[in-house]
Design a protein around this ligand. Structure first.
Ligand SMILES: [Zn+2]
Length: 329
């Protein structure tokens, strides 16, 4: 058994790991896009192409659908990969939207190419529930099964446990339990349950993007946000928050709902929240659809009749069509 890293090696984006089971079989974990500083000085071909041999890849396992983990998927399909793409049910629901957006922004606006790519993706996509072993078919007598465990990072995110039993003649290789962390959420982050450590592992491949940082506690963070809002109200101002459309936006909405629900004065309780992103609006709908994946605190608030991601003073911009103003002559 061997692990090759095709991304997130010199930096933190472009996650792509290949678990070599034997000469005939390998599994790919994520196939992400290089972003930010890691793209400078490198041409498109260099960044997007699948530069490694995929002839032995039997399946792609997806930890979660952030673009730095799935963005090179269309190029993997274009390179001829036609095996299963395995992900949790929520990730499988979000993935076509993420890939559609990635194609539109970075590759083409040609609808027929986009449609063809999405059709291929949906054909190969297999959604599996959390915490259940799923057998991945390999060539010859090697066997492998995978299990997705909640990672608490974004909706559908998982760390992946892989049980590998290679058929290597004349070798005494025994079963190995390998864990790929994907991105892990912090404990006590809003909405999603904190991840639980795996029971065992022989090998762990762990992402450590913020490994050298101490995050501010959640309660302090919410307090800072409330202070900013109060200051803006007293200034008759507006607060603009740039946020990722999957994960961060929904966490912010969750905290804003709590701030407005517990507000001690009317202006704060009635503050209007506008999510100006059709993408984020779509993802927020999916967050609501998968309420079973929310943590105990969020479920309790729902039981109390609160609309956590759809509160009264929240406005979602779900299309930018028809809102463009032509300059006057
Ligand atoms: Zn991520």
């Amino acid at each position: 058994m061997k692990i090759l890293h095709h991304g997130a090696v010199n930096g933190v984006t472009g996650s792509c790991h290949q678990l070599i089971v034997d000469v005939n079989n390998s599994l790919l974990v994520d196939c992400g896009l290089f972003q930010g500083a890691e793209t400078s000085g490198r041409g498109d071909d260099d960044l997007l192409s699948i530069e490694f041999d995929i002839s032995t890849v039997q399946a792609l396992l997806v930890t979660h659908c952030h673009i730095d983990h799935v963005g090179r998927l269309p190029y993997l399909l274009a390179a001829g990969f036609n095996g299963p793409i395995i992900a949790t049910e929520a990730t499988a629901a979000l993935l076509p939207m993420v890939i559609e957006d990635a194609l539109k922004v970075g590759v083409t606006r040609n609808q027929s190419i986009i449609k063809a790519c999405l059709a291929r993706l949906k054909e190969q996509l297999i959604a599996v529930p959390y915490q259940q072993w799923f057998e991945v078919t390999l060539k010859e007598a090697s066997r492998t099964k995978v299990k997705f465990q909640p990672a608490g990072h974004i909706l559908g995110s998982a760390y992946i446990e892989i049980d590998v039993k290679a058929d290597v003649k004349g070798s005494d290789q025994t079963a190995k339990h390998v864990v790929f962390s994907g991105d892990l959420g912090a404990t006590y982050s809003p909405l999603l349950a904190s991840p639980k450590s795996p029971y065992k592992a022989d090998v762990v491949v762990i992402e450590s993007t913020y490994g050298d940082k101490n995050h501010q506690g959640r309660r302090d963070r919410a307090k800072s946000l409330e202070k900013v809002l109060i200051k803006a109200i007293s200034d008759n101002g507006v607060v603009i928050i740039p946020a990722f459309s999957i994960g961060r936006t929904q966490e912010l909405l969750y905290e804003l709902e709590q701030i407005t629900a517990k507000a001690k004065f009317k202006k704060l309780a009635d503050i209007e929240v506008i999510v100006d992103s059709p993408m984020a609006a779509k993802f927020t709908e999916h967050y609501q659809h998968f309420q079973t994946l929310w943590d105990a605190e969020a479920k309790m608030r729902v039981k109390q009749g609160r609309q956590l991601l759809n509160f009264d003073s929240l406005y979602m911009v779900d299309t930018h069509r028809g809102q463009r103003h032509e300059p006057k002559h």
